[in-house]
Design a protein around this ligand. Sequence first.
Ligand SMILES: *Cc1c(COP(=O)(O)O)cnc(C)c1O
Length: 503
Amino acid sequence: MDIQVIMDKYLSRLPQGIAARVFNTIKDIGFVKKAIEKELNTMMADLEGSLKPYKDKLESFAKLPENGLGKKDIINIMEDIHETEIFRWEDGYVSGAVYHGDQDHIEFLNQIYGLNSQSNPLHSDIWPSATKFESEIVSMTAIMLGADKTEDDICGVVSSGGTESILLAMKTYRDRARKEKNITRPEMIVPVTAHAAFDKAAQYFNIKIIHIPVGPDFRADMKVTKKAITKNTIVIVGSSPCFPHGVIDPIEELSELARKKGIGFHTDACLGGFVVPWAEKLGYDIPPVDFRLPGVTSISADTHKYGYAAKGTSVILYRGTKLRRYQYFTITDWPGGLYFSPTFAGSRPGALSAACWAAMVSIGEKGYLAATRKILETASTIKSGINQIPELKILGDPLWVIAFASDDLNIYQVMDQMGQKGWSLNGLHKPACVHICVTLRHARAGVADRFIQDLKTSVEFVKAHPDEKGEMAPVYGMAATIPFRGLVEDMLGKYIDLLYKVE
Ligand SMILES: *Cc1c(COP(=O)(O)O)cnc(C)c1O
């Protein structure tokens, strides 16, 4: 029997809680288990083709080759792969992912990386340059985000990405609360639209996460936030903007609430850290979200997104060195010597910090301002285009990360049609929608118009062919119709397994 039939026929009629319990009981019964397995395997087989395109084209190495390959041959392989993979993002078909991507910028970063490829900030005696670059990256970012001057008590560290910045901040609040307030059952208050990295932090560090709903404008609900505060609350979170809908939470109100209660407040500016300050300077009407607000005690900002660095760097900033201290790891009795590390990693790629520093000082204030202007103008073109398609609606009032949904059509089918035309957009759910995160790749002549044209055609196609099965529509359809987390988690686990399968 088809799993979907089981769902539709039997389980969907029961209340969710009971249905979940029934499902958990029956899922191990022979035929049900087989049906689920079959369904998942079919889905995975469908995905496998697009995940493993080199299966028949390139030699694969399940074990080390006995004799090393020639360097020239390897470079040839890499060049072929590069040619195959570059066109989608370079021509602006991809949401987010590559934020700058101009050839001369990439070559510049590559050159800097090459000069520093052996550098490791763990050995600050051998590469004092790494500490120079990192302290300056932190300082430049802090001042961009409302710290007064270099000696201001706003401080931070360079991490490997937005997720690490967020994990570090949440660990820091947990450890501070344990030490200073004796909180042993910490809780964090996080809008549902905040990045999944906060849920990851909650899982990793054993912090209870309280999800706050968003209003019709997709911003965190203040009233519910207020009610959610307990004596165990260690931090409240807001996004500037959030990843799904590109909307900025009421940071001023949220951080004030936190300050009055003596709780930490984290602004997640991973996405907007290097856009929002410049948008404000360009005259866009955006209330402050950074350290100018006294309640904001930490900010994450990704240099590897709109900072236009290579992938692998982000900045986590704190109000006060005392708070930052809770992030550090130090050990004094390890036989390996006196040891410390500011972040999760031990050895780290100094070359990425060098390239990040180089990106920032080569672009400068004027460069970031110009880039932001282009991105926001492109986004504005795209927003008007979407608004002209009657079947679609934009969610909230976003600046440059634009989510759209439909009351009439299956939006994932629209996404699949866009996929057929080369577009790689992000599928989101709860509610079902799709977004495009506008980058400099889209700010080039003709790209926004092509997006709108393709979107119109896709909507028309889905209207005319409502039953056309695409690639992602069934996956999201399944995730939406199955109310049981366990099964969907299983599906994601299988997907990750597939990523690591050698063909
Ligand atoms: C991208 C993003 C993150 C996480 O960043 P990674 O670099 O992918 O780990 C966190 N928050 C927001 C709002 C983001 O857009």
